[in-house]
Structure formats: C-alpha cells, structure tokens
Design a protein around this ligand. Sequence first.
Ligand SMILES: *Cc1c(COP(=O)(O)O)cnc(C)c1O
Length: 404
Amino acid sequence: MSNTVSRADFDQVMVPNYGPAGFIPVKGLGSRVWDQDGREFVDLAGGIAVNSLGHCHPELVAALTEQANKLWHVSNVFTNEPALKLASLLVEKTFAERVFFCNSGGEANEAAFKLARKYAHDHFGADKNQILSCVNSFHGRTLFTVSVGGQPKYTEGFGPVPGGIAHFEFNNIESLKAAISDKTCAVVIEPIQGESGVLPADPAFLKAARELCDQHNALLIFDEVQSGMGRTGALYAYQQYGVTPDILSSAKGIGGGFPIGAMLTTEKVAKSFVIGTHGSTYGGNPLACAVAHKVVSIVSSPEVLAGVEARHQRLVAGLEAINAKHKVFKLVRGKGLLIGCVLTDEYNGRAREFLKAAEKQQLMILVAGLSVLRLAPSLVISDADIDEGLKRLEAAVAEMAAAK
Ligand SMILES: *Cc1c(COP(=O)(O)O)cnc(C)c1O
C-alpha cells in the first residue's frame, strides 16, 4: 500500500511542540490499533485516558453517525437536543445542578477558574480573587490554566502570566492551611494527579480541603479531566472519596475520543455566569454531545463501573508479576484504570525509553513525568487484550533490563 503521508512529514509541516512515535495509526477497534503498514498494536494508552470505551465502539459510531445525518452545529444562539439531554444526564448522575459545555479540559478549567473569581467578586468583593492549586498539578495549556498548574516548566518564557495564583503541596494539609486565607476564592485539586505521576489524593486531604474551603468561603474545584468518567471505578472519583466539590471539570474520557469538555456546578454558583459573562462557539456542539451522552450512559452503568475494578486487579497482578522477575518498578499505584508504575532509582528519568521499547513490541503506553509509566486503557478492555498487553510489556521491560 502506498502512503501519501509519512511520519517524516510531521517535521516538515507541523509546529515542533510534540515528538510523536515513529508509526502512524490509521485504524482502531476496541483496544487494538493498526498502523500504516498494517502492524497491530495493543493500546494501553487509551488516547491519554480519552478512549474510555476503546476505538470505534459500535454504539458511539452509531450515535455519531445518527447525529451527523441530523444536525452538526447551531451555536449557542440556539440550544440543541443533544446538549440538553447530556446536561440532564450529568445532573442526574452527579452533584451538579448546572452544566457548561466547552471543547477541552483546559477550557473546562478556564471556565471553572473564571466562575470562581466571578462568584467571589459577586458575593465578597474584588479582593477575594486568589486561586490556590497544588505544586506539580496540571490543569491545561491556556495561559491561565498553566499558571494555575504548579509546573514552572510550562510557564517559562510565556510571561507575563496572570496573577492571583498561589500553590500548596498536594496531600499536605498543613501546607494548604498555611496558604488559604479569606482572599482565597477557590482551591483546585486533581483527586488523582495524572500528568505528574498518577498520585491519588489521601481521603483526609480532600476532606480537609472541603472543610478549609467552607471556613474561608472559598469554592472547592475538582479537576476530574483525567480521573473522571469511570476511570477510577466510579463515574467521578469524588463519589468514591465522599467529598463533594462546588465545581468539577470534566473532559478527556467524557467524549470517548470526540472533543468535549464540561464544567459541572451548583445552581447557586452557576448564577454568577449571567448572560454574556462567558461562552464558547462550539460549546454544546450537537455531535460532541450526542457522542458524550452515549459515553456517559454506558460508563455509568453498574456493570461497566464494577468491571473497572476487576480489570484493575488483573492489570496490577500482571504488573507485579513482571516486576517480581525484572525489578524495574519501585511501586505500582493509581486507582481503577489509571495506573502508574514508578521506576526504580536505577531507571530514574528514563520512562521514555520504556515507551520506545514498548513501541517495538507493538504496545502503546504512556509516561507521566520522567520516571513513571502510565496506563490508561479502555474501561471495557477485554481480559485477552490485557493479557496480551502485559505479555508485550514484559518483553519491553526484559529488553530494558537486559540492556542495563
Ligand atoms: C489533560 C488534562 C487537562 C487538560 O485537558 P485538555 O483537553 O488537554 O485541555 C486538564 N486537567 C487534567 C487533570 C488533565 O489530565
């Protein structure tokens, strides 16, 4: 088969902000992907926790094509049925009473931070504008969201950055206590820090954050862009923790591969976004909402959510078995199907080499930072695909261990 484009074209026509793998996927089904040369890969990366139901799930394909034949876009000058149906479903399944749609996680957080500022302004005055977030957190790539995310490497060279932002340590109640004040309008936390290494929050930390926010009239925002939509075995991780935020941002898995973001909140807080205060041309797009409605319906079923825990156990048991032989992981952590394998000191900073070794074995995995391998497969991945993925991962790990 002759290909009209190749990986080499990337370097010629794309802005060089990514360094994609050497092969080009052209087709996916479930947790398998095929490249231009027909090589078959096992996908344990899941499009970075996006392909919650794998590739080309028949019910999602049907929802998308059905809507594609009806209505694509009308803008928010008009409302549309898929958006209202999706919002109603999210309201039914979560703490939320009001929903705002956008197109990505960064935009959902942008909306969340703007809403928190506006709410504080409306109720307590302009001085209450500080947003607190965790060191090493990740909330998106807009200038506001990279500034809130506590990773200087993402803001370096992009200044001046927005002000009114400060950071405290994840899972450190005393650090949050020291940082929060009556100037704080919001505290934002990822219930599981994804990008910076798959680090679950301690339940006591989230509880304390809720209490401190209440004491200081600050809103608690959970960024569930990565931890949400069934990833941990609950529809949203906050439901497992038993700590309810005032605002929740959702994206990635909610669209199952179709771009969509959502900000969930209460009626009381939502009131600050009066007509004209915020918006998005594509937000609530009928195609995106039709697909996401199907994703949420399927993922929120008890069978799918219970299946996440069963798959977690199978995957973690396999990872522990690989580690018993090759001793490359310091520990395996995470919840549900968001799993981090922390490399031993010997392999410190070398996660990307494992990614390359996995590619050779026709396996797609992720890294989270420099020293953690991250797995975020489909929530409905079959046992056979988990086992085959583990087999290929073991071959990659064995190659790394042999090369030391
Ligand atoms: C991926 C991610 C984002 C950003 O989402 P985009 O869709 O890339 O804008 C925000 N927060 C968390 C926790 C994420 O994992």
